[in-house]
Design a binder for this molecule. Structure first.
Ligand SMILES: [Zn+2]
Ligand SMILES: [Zn+2]
Ligand SMILES: [Zn+2]
Ligand SMILES: [Zn+2]
Length: 346
């Protein structure tokens, strides 16, 4: 037990020492600010701490921090990525430092590291001012004089962008408020197009909600593998019943890539399949939601398909989530979604 702790510390020391040898590791802005000896010592301590508390994968300081059973640290993003990667390659996920197994049960959060990191200084990317990390968000959103802003007349076509401290001066001389209604119509019409698209989605959903035949199922997609030369991971639900028919959902990762393990960008596509023989066509609208057990951010996208005796499955459709959310889904053992289905009767 004692030995394990000692070797862990050595590994941590080694990794931080390595980083100090890499010239690009230290942000140049920090160096120029070193004024007196006290500050220099303080900086060194901060840098040493950064080297110890950083994520073993990306070397960034973790906001949410996990640790392996030997205490090596990983940020939440890298942790999810390691688990997702291992799932795609059908391997056991391991700690990048000591190769011990990692998964959601073994690895725990390290709150002490998260708190220590939040106290470490960080440079504002707009004004280079140094602040404790926990103040950075608020500073960059509300206080920073250099934060990028746009003109308040952007909605009527002004494309000016600049730092916050120049906004007042620009707006005073901005030509847009003096333009005629006729001249700003173009900008307003562009805005209308965007709004209309958003509005259509919501009114479609509300229209669907007043249909006679609606049902939803909370589904669990379980991972399977093909036995092709490059085995591919796919997901499938067990059969579920909706509108007196049996259905399944299949999902694929990066269905447009030959080998999903070769790209860092992830996407998930799904297909709705009817398993029972249809005697009359069924016109279906459906939409996948994160549901009560999903825990990921999913946008809404409604799909339409007419199922009949010949067409029993849809194409692979986009599950509207981004790459980071996709890794979160892949990192967990099963994928939970809620599928809402609407049957259109003519
Ligand atoms: Zn990381
Ligand atoms: Zn480890
Ligand atoms: Zn700033
Ligand atoms: Zn302007």
């Amino acid at each position: 037990m004692e030995e394990a702790t000692v070797s862990t510390i050595q590994v941590l020391r080694e990794s931080s020492a390595d980083k100090e040898n890499v010239s690009s590791y230290e942000p140049p802005a920090k160096k120029t600010k070193v004024a007196d000896k006290d500050a220099e010592i303080k900086h060194k301590l901060e840098d040493r701490l950064s080297g110890i508390l950083c994520c073993a994968v990306c070397l960034d300081l973790p906001k949410t921090c996990y640790q392996c059973s030997n205490g090596h640290l990983m940020c939440a993003g890298c942790f999810n990525h390691l688990l997702a990667d291992a799932r795609i390659k059908d391997e056991t996920a391991t700690c990048p430092n000591c190769r011990c197994e990692i998964n959601r049960n073994i690895c725990i959060r390290n709150l002490a590291v998260e708190k220590a990191v939040s106290e470490l200084p960080s440079d504002c990317c707009f004004c280079n001012q140094q602040l404790p990390r926990y103040q950075l968000d608020h500073h960059q959103r509300e206080l920073c004089q250099e934060r990028p802003c746009s003109c308040r007349y952007a909605r009527i076509g002004c494309h000016w962008e600049g730092p916050f401290h120049e906004v007042a001066e620009h707006e005073e001389s901005c030509a847009h408020p003096k333009k005629t209604g006729e001249e700003v119509m173009g900008a307003l019409e562009q805005l209308d197009v965007q709004r209309q698209e958003e509005k259509k989605l919501y009114s479609d959903i509300f229209a669907l909600l007043s249909y006679e035949k609606i049902t939803f199922n909370d589904l669990q997609l379980k991972p399977f593998r093909t036995d092709d030369f490059i085995t591919r991971l796919y997901y499938e639900t067990s059969r579920f019943t909706a509108f007196n028919q049996q259905w399944v959902i299949r999902a694929k990762i990066n269905s447009d890539h030959k080998n999903p393990a070769h790209t860092v960008n992830r996407s998930l596509n799904y297909q709705l399949v009817v398993k029972t023989k249809l005697t009359t066509p069924m016109n279906m609208h459906f939409l996948a939601l994160s549901g009560p057990f999903g825990g990921v951010q999913m946008k809404s996208k409604i799909y339409t398909f007419e199922f009949n005796a010949e067409s029993t499955e849809t194409d692979y459709l986009d599950l509207p989530i981004d790459s980071v959310e996709c890794n979160k889904l892949l990192a967990s053992k099963t994928i939970n979604i809620r599928l809402v289905m609407f049957q259109v009767t003519k």
